[in-house]
Design a protein around this ligand. Structure first.
Ligand code: MN
Length: 705
């Protein structure tokens, strides 16, 4: 292998002259691009793509696949670009090469079995076209065949990856011969001494067994012939690695594993399969419970055969597989087998249909049914449409639902990571948290200890886990905050009665909680904070419980209504910019009237005002004044975005008081900070909804502080 002439000969047997010319052109491009590059073995580099194409030609794959095979390393290793390939060989070939290059770029690191399964799925999902996987497998097979030239430490890594990832994929696709060869080659490099010992033992045993095998075969052939069945009878040998795993997993000795004689009988049609079965059960006694009919019920990968075990003439069990020629080809070549049978016209053969059905069940791919659709189109589907596979910074693979964002990823890693995430790097680049993840992305969440979940995340998270954690967090926050405010308001009310929370005896609280059907004192406080109970009423109740006389002295004290027309007496604070609709509290500043803060203003909470300076206030419905509010908008930094955003704000009947723009992330994104004038919360919400309709807008938050 590795010779152009041999490849051309093989291709000429099944491809049209026009295809051969295109393949030759691809060869010339690859040869020129790789000129001066050498493999570790010292061979010119071009020998590798030729060898890969030769492996694929044995499965009689189509011209696009062969061209892509010849070019599979040029994008990664030379200056030929994807655009060059598209221009010369078309989009399909370029996509195949691109698919293979993408797979080359991701590396399997983890040793865990569950991770290996995810990695295999990730590869299949990334491939998107089964032919990409076939090229990759042929590439890996040739690299394994020439692994001797590679340094020892690298050899082990490649062999392990082959054993854990590529051999199982070959097996799952039904590519039996490639699967066995990949396993045996990996075995040889991973466990050289075990492999040597075992292969010597097998060779010796097979020598000894030859006589028995040939006697049994002669007996089978004779009996089939007498029954008028035309059949090929072959002795079957297990490949080395499967002998090794059987010994290890089932704790069998070498003798026990090898002391089973395997035969395969290939006949002309299905009827002959069942007749042959009956004939053989007459020749040797069947072992009960060992018969399996995979013709009536094929395996998930399309495999069909009859399996039976017989008591052999020398006391050893005999394993028999009976199948037709067509079934045999599927068993050997799997997904590639439909090309082996390509009929001269372009109609879909029975076998292609079957292969197709099998692929569907095997990979649970989405059907875009319709008989007229080209078969090849069916190979280009999302193999795992519901999932996306991404890497953690340590190389662990996480499976997430399709559409999952960095926030979903953060919560999947750990609740704390989710609750504290502030930014994300995807493939080393800073990205917005709402960015949907793609297969193979390397995701690194940046957290900050003070950070909290943002309610806006609920607009884009895709996993139930993230959603419920964000909700839970917000609810808890809400509760704690309302308890604090309730406490303040109650204290204020109690102060008017010349009392305070700390002065109320425990017993009075217990009675009040019971009488008002509340679950706890906290709940009553939270209710006050949320405005469900009136602080003054609760204060009166509390004191009445202890001293009915005290309640009587209570003067009515409702909240102070804020109209916005109070002038200097009432200031709307610059730290939290409250707007009508916000829950607010008044803070009496010494000699300067009252500052209105939002109830959750961080600055207000931090300043720990004396309780008697905090006042219960509410917005008056008549409020008409416009209020300043700060909004931060993250946008993809496209030309003209600022103009678009500003126009949309103006259309929403708001004024822009101030704006700053700061490029972020090397100019990819920009942060715009607006001071807007709005009438109330609903007005602000309407503006934000409008702005979110602009495609470049990534995220909008109202700023506090
Ligand atoms: Mn390669």
């Amino acid at each position: 292998m590795g010779h152009l002439g041999e490849l051309q000969q093989a291709l000429a047997t099944y491809l049209k002259p026009a295809d051969l010319a295109r393949i030759e052109a691809a060869y010339e491009l690859a040869e020129e691009a790789h000129r001066g590059q050498f493999r570790k073995s010292g061979d010119p580099y071009i020998s590798h793509p030729i060898a890969v194409a030769s492996i694929l030609s044995q499965w009689q794959l189509d011209a696009q696949t062969l061209i892509a095979a010849l070019l599979h390393d040029v994008v990664e290793d030379t200056n030929v670009s994807k655009a060059d390939i598209t221009e010369r060989f078309g989009r399909q070939v370029a996509d195949l090469v691109d698919g293979v290059s993408k797979l080359d770029r991701i590396e399997f690191q983890s040793q865990q079995e569950a991770q290996a399964e995810n990695f295999r799925k990730m590869l299949l999902a990334m491939a998107r076209d089964v032919r990409v996987i076939l090229i990759k497998l042929a590439d890996r097979l040739h690299n394994m065949r020439t692994l001797d030239a590679v340094p020892a430490n690298k050899r082990r890594r490649i062999a392990r990856e082959t054993l854990e990832i590529y051999a199982p994929i070959a097996n799952r696709l039904g590519l039996n011969s490639i699967y066995q060869e990949l396993e045996d080659l990996s075995f040889q490099y991973l466990y050289p001494s075990r492999c040597r010992v075992l292969s010597k033992a097998v060779a010796a045993a097979r020598g000894n067994r030859r006589e028995v095998v040939s006697k049994v075969r002669v007996a089978i052939e004779k009996r089939l012939r007498e029954s008028g069945i035309i059949a090929q009878v072959q002795g079957r040998q297990k490949h080395l690695y499967s002998i090794y795993t059987k010994m290890r997993e089932k704790h069998l000795t070498f003798g026990q594993v090898l002391d089973v004689y395997g035969f395969r009988i290939v006949v002309k049609d299905v009827t002959a399969c069942y007749i042959a079965l009956g004939v053989l059960h007459g020749l040797y006694k069947p072992i009960p419970g060992k018969f399996k009919d995979y013709i009536a019920i094929p395996k998930a990968n399309g495999y069909q055969s009859l399996h039976t075990h017989l008591f052999g003439p020398f006391g050893s069990p005999i394993e028999i597989q009976i199948r037709t020629q067509e079934m045999h080809k599927i068993a050997e070549a799997g997904v590639a087998s439909h090309w082996l049978y390509k009929s001269s016209d372009d109609s879909i053969t029975e076998l292609q249909k079957k292969t197709h059905q099998w692929l569907q069940s095997l990979l649970e791919m989405q059907s875009e049914s319709g008989d007229s659709v080209e078969f090849l189109e069916h190979l280009k589907v999302d193999l795992f449409p519901d999932e996306v596979y991404v890497f953690t910074p340590k190389g662990k693979i996480m499976a997430l639902p399709r559409g999952a964002t960095a926030v979903d990823f953060a919560y999947a890693v750990h609740t704390d990571v989710g609750n504290r995430c502030v930014a994300v790097k995807i493939n080393q680049e800073l990205m917005p948290l709402r960015m949907a993840l793609k297969n193979g992305d390397r995701v690194e969440v940046i957290t900050a200890s003070h950070a909290k979940p943002n309610p806006l995340w609920l607009n884009f998270v895709a996993t139930a886990k993230a959603r419920s954690h964000i909700r839970h967090f917000l609810k808890t926050m809400h509760f704690e905050e309302s308890v604090q405010l309730g406490e303040r308001l109650l204290n204020q009310a109690l102060a008017a009665l010349k009392s305070s929370i700390s002065a109320v005896p425990e017993q009075q609280w217990t009675t009040l909680v019971r009488d008002s059907n509340a679950r706890s004192r906290q709940e009553i406080l939270s209710d006050i904070g949320l405005g469900k109970r009136h602080g003054a009423v609760v204060a009166r109740q509390l004191l009445a419980v202890g001293d009915p006389a005290a309640a009587g002295e209570l003067t009515s004290m409702g909240p102070v209504m804020i109209r916005g027309s109070e002038g200097m007496a009432v200031q709307f604070s610059k730290c939290c910019h409250p707007i009508p609709g916000d829950r607010i509290v008044g803070l009496i500043s010494k000699g300067q009237g009252m500052d209105i803060h939002t109830h959750d203003c961080p600055l207000l909470a931090k300043s720990h005002p004396e309780p008697d300076r905090v006042l219960d206030v509410e917005w008056d419905n008549e409020m008409k004044k416009l209020h300043d509010v700060n909004v931060r908008i993250i946008v993809a930094n496209e030309r003209g975005v600022l103009a678009q955003v500003a126009a949309r704000i103006a259309e929403s009947e708001s004024n822009i008081q101030n704006v700053t723009v700061e490029p972020q992330d090397g100019g990819k994104y920009a942060i715009m900070q607006f001071t807007l004038q709005v009438t109330n919360r609903q007005h602000l919400a309407r503006i934000m909804i409008e702005l979110r309709r602009i495609p470049e807008v990534v995220r909008i938050t109202r700023m506090r502080n």
